[in-house]
Design a protein around this ligand. Structure first.
Ligand code: NAD
Length: 496
C-alpha cells in the first residue's frame, strides 16, 4: 500500500510544482528499513527561485497587504483542509518518523492543529496599540509651550522568512512556522529535514487546494547546502529554525553577515525533580513512559530524573519494571508503545552514550541494548541508569533516545542547583505532594516551561521556548505572531 503523500515527486514554489533538478533521495521507513519513496531534491537554483518567489510575493503580492481577518480566513481554510486529511497525515508520520501510531494522532497531528486554531483566534483579536497621551517640553524653547501627542503602535509583517525544521515532529514543526508567519503576513520558504520531506511537501498540495497566492508558501527539499542558502541570502529577512543546538549556532553565524532576525527552537536536557513527599510509584512510571515517547526523540522530554535519596531505590525499581512493559516494534501496529529511532546513525549515537554511561560508572537498571527479535529497523531498548552524577556526559548531553538518568539529591536547594547545572533550559518537571512548594521551586528553574505534578496546561495558549542554549524566541501563545512582525510607532500631535 502506498503511504499517503509519498507520490509527490516535485518541489513547490511560486505557486507551481517543479521537477527536482537535484534528482531524488530515498526515504526510509525506520521500522522496516524499506524505501517508502524517492523524494524530490531541490537544486541550489531552485532554492534561489523559491526565495525570489517569496520576495516577489512579499514586495508586490496581495498577501502582506490583506487585512488580518482576510489572512485568518485563508489560514482557517488551511486548518480545515488539514483536519480533513488527519488520518493520512498520521499514516505518513508513522512511516516517515517511526512514531507509534497510538500517540501519533494526538501528539503529532491533532495537537498541532489545535495550536494553529488558537493562533488564528489570536490573529483575529490583534489590534493596533494606542499609547497614553504624552506631554513633552520643546527642546528649542524649554520655557515655551509644551507639545501634547499620542502614539499608535502598529504591527507589520516582518518580510520573507526561511523556515528550517528537524525530523522528530515534522508536521508540528512545519505548521509551527507556517501558521504564525502566514497569519502575520510574511511569505516563506520552508526546508524540512531530509528524513521527513513528505510531511512538508503535503503543505504544497494544501496551498493549492485553498488558493493561497503564488509565492506565499514555497517548499524546497534538501540538506545542509540548501539550508545554508536559506540563511545567507540577502533577500531573506528572518530565519526560523527548529533543530539541534549545534546547527542552531551555525545558523546564527550564517545569518549574521546579513543581520537577519533569527528565531531558534533547540535541544534540551530537562530535569524531573521527585521530592521526598512525592508518590514515587507514579513519578517513576511517568518518567519511564515519557522517555519512550517517539523513542525519546522529543526536545522537551525530561531525561534527568533528580530523585530524593530516600526514594531512589524504589524509583529505580519501578522505572525499570514499567520500561520493561513498553511494547517495542512496528509503530504502525496500534498495540506498540515505542517505535525505532530515525536512522542507524541516531542509534549509534544513542549506543555510544550508553557505553559512555557504563564506562563512567553509572549503573544500568534496565535496557542498554537492542530489543530481541527485531532484526530490521533502528530499534533500541528503553534504558535507565542509576548512580549518575550530573557531570557525566549522559547527564549533560542531549542523547535524543529513550535514555533516562537517575541522580540523587538530599535538599530542595540541591535539586534546583542540579536542575540548573545544564547548558540547556527548555523544560522541567516537579513531582511533590506540596504543590505550593513545587510552584516556588518552578520559579527558580531556568527553563522556558515547568510541568508541576504532571500538568500539561493549556498548551494551545502557553508560550514555549528555551532559556540558555535551548533557543531564542517563543512559539505558541498570544505572542506567537509577534516573532514574525515588526512594531512600528506612529507619533502624532494632538490639537493641531
Ligand atoms: P538538525 O539540527 O540535525 O537538523 C535540522 C534541520 O537543519 C534539517 O532540516 C537540516 O537539513 C538542517 N541543517 C543542517 N545543517 C544546516 C546548516 N548548516 N544550515 C542550515 N540548515 C541546516 O536537527 P534534527 O536532528 O533534525 O532534530 C532534532 C533536534 O531538534 C534535537 O536537538 C531536538 O531537541 C531539536 N528540537 C527542538 C524543538 C524545540 O521546540 N525546541 C522541537 C523539536 C526538535
Amino acid at each position: 500500500m502506498t503511504i499517503p503523500y509519498t507520490d509527490i515527486s516535485q518541489v513547490y514554489y511560486d505557486g507551481a510544482w517543479h521537477d527536482p533538478q537535484a534528482g531524488t533521495e530515498p526515504v526510509i521507513n525506520p521500522a522496516t528499513e524499506e524505501v517508502i519513496a524517492a523524494a524530490p531534491v531541490a537544486s541550489a537554483q531552485q532554492v534561489d527561485a523559491a526565495i525570489a518567489a517569496a520576495r516577489e510575493a512579499f514586495d508586490h503580492g496581495p498577501w502582506p497587504r490583506m487585512s488580518m481577518d482576510e489572512r485568518a480566513d485563508m489560514v482557517e481554510k488551511m486548518a480545515r483542509a488539514l483536519r480533513a486529511k488527519h488520518a493520512q497525515i498520521a499514516q505518513l508520520i508513522v512511516a516517515e518518523v517511526g512514531c507509534a501510531a497510538g500517540i501519533t494522532h494526538l501528539m503529532q497531528v491533532d495537537n498541532p492543529l489545535r495550536l494553529l486554531e488558537a493562533a488564528i483566534g489570536h490573529a483575529r483579536r490583534e489590534q493596533p496599540e494606542r499609547l497614553p497621551i504624552d506631554i513633552t517640553p520643546n527642546p528649542f524653547a524649554p520655557d515655551g509651550p509644551r507639545s501634547i501627542g499620542g502614539t499608535t503602535v502598529v504591527r507589520e509583517p516582518l518580510g520573507v522568512v526561511s523556515a528550517i525544521t528537524g525530523y522528530n515532529f515534522p508536521f508540528l514543526l512545519n505548521l509551527a512556522k507556517i501558521g504564525p508567519a502566514l497569519l502575520a503576513g510574511c511569505t516563506m520558504v520552508l526546508k524540512p529535514s531530509p528524513f521527513t520531506p513528505f510531511s512538508a511537501l503535503l503543505f504544497g498540495q494544501v496551498a493549492e487546494e485553498i488558493g493561497l497566492p503564488a509565492g506565499v508558501l514555497n517548499i524546497v527539499t534538501g540538506g545542509i547546502e540548501e539550508g545554508q542558502l536559506l540563511c545567507t541570502d540577502e533577500r531573506v529577512d528572518m530565519v526560523t529554525f527548529t533543530g539541534s543546538e549545534g546547527v542552531g549556532a551555525q545558523i546564527m553565524a550564517q545569518a549574521a553577515p546579513t543581520l537577519k532576525k533569527v528565531h531558534l527552537e533547540l535541544g534540551g536536557k530537562s530535569a524531573l525533580i521527585v521530592r521526598e513527599d512525592a508518590d514515587v510509584q507514579s513519578a517513576a512510571a511517568m518518567a519511564a513512559t515519557v522517555i519512550s515517547i517517539n523513542a525519546g526523540q522529543g526536545c522537551a522530554i525530561p531525561t534527568r530524573f533528580l530523585v530524593h535519596e530516600s526514594l531512589r531505590p524504589a524509583f529505580a525499581a519501578t522505572a525499570a519494571a514499567v520500561a520493561g512493559q513498553i511494547a517495542i516494534g512496528n509503530p504502525a501496529d496500534p498495540a506498540i508503545g515505542m517505535g525505532p529511532l530515525i536512522r542507524e546513525s541516531q542509534r549509534s549515537k544513542v549506543e555510544h552514550f550508553i557505553e559512555l554511561g557504563r564506562s563512567a560508572g553509572a549503573r544500568l537498571v534496565c535496557g542498554g541494548g537492542r530489543p530481541a527479535g527485531l532484526d530490521k529497523g533502528f530499534f533500541t531498548e528503553v534504558t535507565v541508569f542509576d548512580d549518575v552524577t550530573n557531570d557525566m556526559a549522559i547527564a549533560q548531553e542531549e542523547i535524543f533516545g529513550p535514555v533516562g538518568c537517575i541522580i540523587g539529591f538530599s535538599t530542595d536547594e540541591e535539586a534546583i542547583r542540579i536542575a540548573n547545572d545544564s547548558r540547556y533550559g527548555l523544560n522541567g518537571a516537579i513531582q511533590t505532594a506540596d504543590a505550593a512548594k513545587g510552584y516556588e521551586m518552578a520559579l527558580q528553574i531556568r527553563t522556558g516551561s515547568v510541568s508541576l505534578n504532571g500538568g500539561t496546561g493549556t498548551m494551545s495558549d502557553a508560550p514555549i521556548g528555551g532559556y540558555k542554549r535551548s533557543g531564542i524566541g517563543r512559539e505558541y501563545g498570544p505572542g506567537w505572531l509577534r516573532e514574525y512582525q515588526h512594531e512600528k510607532s506612529i507619533f502624532y500631535p494632538i490639537g493641531k
